[in-house]
Design a binder for this molecule. Sequence first.
Ligand SMILES: CC(C)(COP(=O)(O)OP(=O)(O)OC[C@H]1O[C@@H](n2cnc3c(N)ncnc32)[C@H](O)[C@@H]1OP(=O)(O)O)[C@@H](O)C(=O)NCCC(=O)NCCS
Length: 441
Amino acid sequence: MTDSFIRDLGEGLIIRRSTAEDAQALAEFNVQIHSEDAWDARGLKDWTLDLINGEAPTFNEDDFLIVEDTRTGAIVSSSCLISQTWSYEGVPFKVGRPELCGTKKEFRQRGLIRAQMEILHQWSFARGELAQAITGIPFYYRQFGYEMALNLHGGRSGFKTHVPKLADGEEEPYTFREATSTDIPFLIATYNRGCQRSMISAVWNKHLWVYELTGKRPYNINRREFFIIEDQSNSPIGFIGIPTLRWRDNSVLTVYELASGYAWSSVTPSVARFLWAHGETQAEEQGYPQERFGFMLGKAHPAYDVITSCLPCRHPVYAFYMRVPDLLAFLHEITPVLEARLTDSSFDYYTGEVRLGFYRNGIKLAFKNGHLNTIEKIDADALDDITANFPALSFLQLLFGYRGMDELEHAFVDCFARNEESKHLLNTLFPKKHSDVWPIS
Ligand SMILES: CC(C)(COP(=O)(O)OP(=O)(O)OC[C@H]1O[C@@H](n2cnc3c(N)ncnc32)[C@H](O)[C@@H]1OP(=O)(O)O)[C@@H](O)C(=O)NCCC(=O)NCCS
């Protein structure tokens, strides 16, 4: 047995950690399982190699799980955990992101991913991660304790005819240049400013920015090329991020932020023109004729509002799967946010209990003069006088601001608050708020 061995699954299959020697075989495996065309394949290969080469700031070479058929030495199933920090309205919390889950066709439906999820959850717990987040196929991850509870994807796009035109004789008011490492303080400050629009966001520190700008392989499926937007005096006023791998016929940007003091309405038309021009070059390189340009900036973004008629096509919003294995610990962590939400609300200086019921058990939050003094479990035999009942994992939708109480009551007949006052209190503590998270990959 090697150090990487974790578990014997019988019939010649073992689960083990990855090592640097797995790099090429794992890249081929991920390409075979997850790619749809040659460019996808390139992107997945680069991503896998980037992760397993141990240079990503939050990923080590042994952070993949591999199910190996010891009779042939082949990889038959795999997954990994990408650790990161997110922010809950300013309070950082650690998150584990299971990714690249896949099993060879002939080995599916035998519990190989289920067994790996158990191990990834143990790793995540040991790393002090209070939540796990997955971008995954519909329904599947619910089986492992996840609820779809946070916006993911979504955007707007238009065709060539929608690219805003300069007036006759008008000069392009803003220019674009590739970002370099010296731009990192500006990128961090401007990105952090944008995070104020999002209740939940990922924390992009200096190491992550350096890696994004200089560390990733060119066509890593999760790599973006960053461009600094400059005004006519060559001062940086914002930035955009464009995936190096084209989204087929759609030239998209997936990050766009402006520094304080600049108007979305005056900069965004220049951004659209640059995006189209850049897309022409990428299209030639990657062999997909450019049909559209897209602002894939999530469910909502200021850019959508200022050039709405230039972006007539809407792309649907999906959802992150979220798992919070220890709700007590999570609520402890976000106590400053909960107290701040009460301040200056109708429940300022609130004294009383909020009793969250989950049918089999519950959680009591005891407030005194607006301070959250106690957070404790309610056992099955003490589920009386409940403030609101939540079936299954529906409370996570409220916790992450994804749905408000009215929407939950509408969607789940067994979700209900005791009375209108209780509902107002819950909507104050856990308001519905916008989030679009750009996760660490
Ligand atoms: C989805 C996928 C990873 C599942 O792998 P697997 O090894 O068959 O998964 P498991 O057997 O561990 O699945 C656990 C449970 O889910 C069930 N299941 C398997 N595939 C499922 C699916 N697509 N949808 C719903 N349930 C599924 C299994 O039957 C099993 O049920 P049980 O525990 O009640 O017996 C695999 O089908 C795959 O590689 N698909 C292509 C790549 C992909 O889509 N990956 C996910 C990217 S997010």
